[in-house]
Design a protein around this ligand. Structure first.
Ligand code: VG1
Ligand code: CO
Length: 543
């Protein structure tokens, strides 16, 4: 075994997006591409001697190769120890949990999350810091700067490590510990939720369907739901992680989790349905013939949080990403706690959680989480819901109906225009930005614009400023349209249009969401000229 220094040349475009660096697998397969990025991470961190690194991924195509490369590079960088998930597998929330529990300096997550996998699919890499959360922008920007100037990387020429069983190995001066990917995470869940009550629920005949979408959360859900809570065998479907996610898109929304939606629409549907994404940090909650928006899920969890043992003391605050509906704001008002509005991406919640300002966080993109770790957490949200169902004895829809009756309803939808021409997308955004100053006070349909701006965020903890985080047009009644470009896609650009309308009247006759939002959908088209710029008459995905 020896450590080699290999010369390399920078690759363009290694700037991390909303959640790490995501590219096609074929891009990552170029010799030196992954190595350059990893060395840039290590160079940014500096001396790591005596430190522990956590390493794992969602099991997608290229995961195993990348894990071996990173192990050999970590050894060359002088880490004392790497904790790596068995088979190279760790869900994103599990990485966060393991970093925190074992006092690691940080972790590397290999995932492109909800993006498709396989040889023609996407791959990704992300660095998480010592609090267990995604590196903040200051760090990701420093990593990017380093990728533009890199000239060599260091790597051991040691053989592959056998990751098939929990065991310890020596790699150069470094210890590689292969860990059970589920154990630490499952133990944390037991501290937060009433496992006895949930066991009793299943023992009483309660039926559930959890769709692992052939992604990383399958083994976690099997171990906890079927193993520890006694849910019947078969509760978890698509439970085995596959390198290509079975050819499906591991994005838990009603469009991509069509199998689960069909099961939950059946006459004999289970009581409760849920799904998680590629790397296990997203969740979709489904009742019998009832789809719940993530924004409403966050609000209901917040309003009922004290029913779960880990949250019995109440919440310090709630945080949501800017495009997420304001349903949670109403709960925060009622509870007399602050509600923070951050840019899109979990990295912006880290400081609020560390400072004890927020306990629950959520994003409209099927992401919910809390101060228990520093990532959003799919199975955690599902267990939280199960705990509420067990504690109240009420079905999902009843809990949500009661919530709307008390707080009013925020109709909400996101329209995605995927893989559009990148130039046209930035022109669309630029022309919108030019219009912003003149929009305030204007009549648009039946609405009057209260204000229109490009969202900028000043972190209340460290004062860092993030600009250009999404164009929002806010009406005088609180209804909103938000436009932003995705930072996780790998083909062209993806335009996201977020639509929200508030209805306070509890006796209001509930409309279908798209119908309720139809006037705002029309205004979005008129103001932004979406079809003109994109050449698309309709969105590719509506959630
Ligand atoms: C999307 C979501 C965002 C989420 C991010 C990472 O980002 O909108 O809310 O934090 O994915 O989620 P964007 O930039 O494409 O809108 V995950 O589960 O893909 O790591
Ligand atoms: Co994810």
């Amino acid at each position: 075994m020896s450590i080699q220094v290999r010369s390399t040349l920078p690759f363009a475009g290694q700037r991390p997006g909303t959640s790490g660096l995501r590219k096609k697998v074929t891009v990552f397969q170029q010799p030196g591409y992954l190595e350059n990025f990893v060395q840039s991470v290590f160079d940014t961190l500096g001396d790591c001697s005596g430190q522990t690194l956590v390493l794992g991924g969602d099991g997608r195509y290229h995961n195993r190769v990348a894990v071996q490369t990173i192990l050999r590079m970590a050894a060359a960088h002088g880490y004392a120890r790497v904790l790596v998930g068995q088979g190279g597998i760790l869900s994103t929330p599990a990485v966060s949990c393991v970093i925190r529990k074992h006092g690691a300096m940080g972790g590397i997550v290999l995932s492109a999350s909800h993006n498709p996998g396989g040889a023609d699919g996407d791959f990704g890499i992300k660095y998480n810091i010592a609090n267990g959360g995604p590196a903040p922008e200051s760090v990701t920007e420093a990593i990017y700067q380093r990728t533009t100037a890199i000239s060599s990387y260091r790597i051991s020429d040691a053989d592959e490590i056998d990751l098939s069983q929990p065991a310890s190995y020596q790699l150069e001066q470094m210890v590689v510990q292969v860990i059970d990917p589920v154990a630490d995470y499952a133990e944390l869940m037991q501290q937060l939720f009433d496992f006895d009550a949930m066991r009793a629920l299943f023992a009483g005949g309660f039926r559930m369907c959890f769709d692992g979408m052939h992604a990383v959360s399958g083994p976690y859900a099997l171990a906890i739901l079927e193993g520890q809570l006694g849910a019947p065998a078969g509760t978890v479907i698509n439970a085995v992680p596959l390198e290509d996610f079975g050819g499906h898109h591991p994005d838990p929304n009603p469009v991509n989790a069509a199998q689960l939606i069909a099961i939950m629409a059946d006459d004999d549907a289970p009581d409760f349905g849920a799904a998680s994404d590629g790397d296990g940090d997203r969740n979709m909650i489904v009742g019998r013939r009832f789809e719940l928006t993530p924004s409403d899920s966050l609000a209901v969890l917040a309003a009922n949080a004290t029913l779960a043992p880990g949250y019995r003391q109440g919440l310090a605050g709630i945080a949501r990403s800017m495009p997420t509906s304001r349903a949670a704001d109403r709960v925060a008002d009622a509870l007399g706690i602050p509600c923070y509005e951050t840019p899109t991406g979990w990295k912006f919640f880290g400081n609020l959680l560390d400072a004890g300002k927020a306990t629950l966080c959520g994003e409209e993109s099927y992401g919910t989480g809390s101060s228990h770790i520093r990532e959003k957490d799919g199975l955690w949200a599902v267990l939280f819901w199960l705990n509420l169902l067990a504690a109240t004895g009420k079905p999902v829809q009843q809990l949500v109906d009661e919530h709307w009756a008390r707080f009013g309803r925020n109709y909400y939808s996101r329209h995605d225009y995927e893989a559009i021409d990148a130039h046209a997308a930035s022109e669309l955004m630029a022309s919108l930005r030019i219009k912003l100053p003149s929009l305030a006070g204007q009549d648009l349909g039946n609405y009057v614009v209260d204000y229109a701006d490009d969202f900028a965020y000043t972190d209340p903890v460290d004062g860092s400023i993030s600009t250009g985080q999404g164009v929002r047009i806010v009406m005088t009644d609180g209804s909103r349209i938000v436009f932003r470009l995705s930072g996780t896609g790998t083909e062209g650009a993806t335009l996201r249009v977020y639509l929200e309308r508030y209805e306070a009247d509890p006796t209001y006759n509930h409309l279908l969401t798209q119908q309720a939002l139809s006037a705002l959908i029309l205004i979005a088209e008129q103001v932004a000229g979406i079809s003109g710029w994109t050449g698309r008459a309709r969105p590719s995905v509506i959630t």
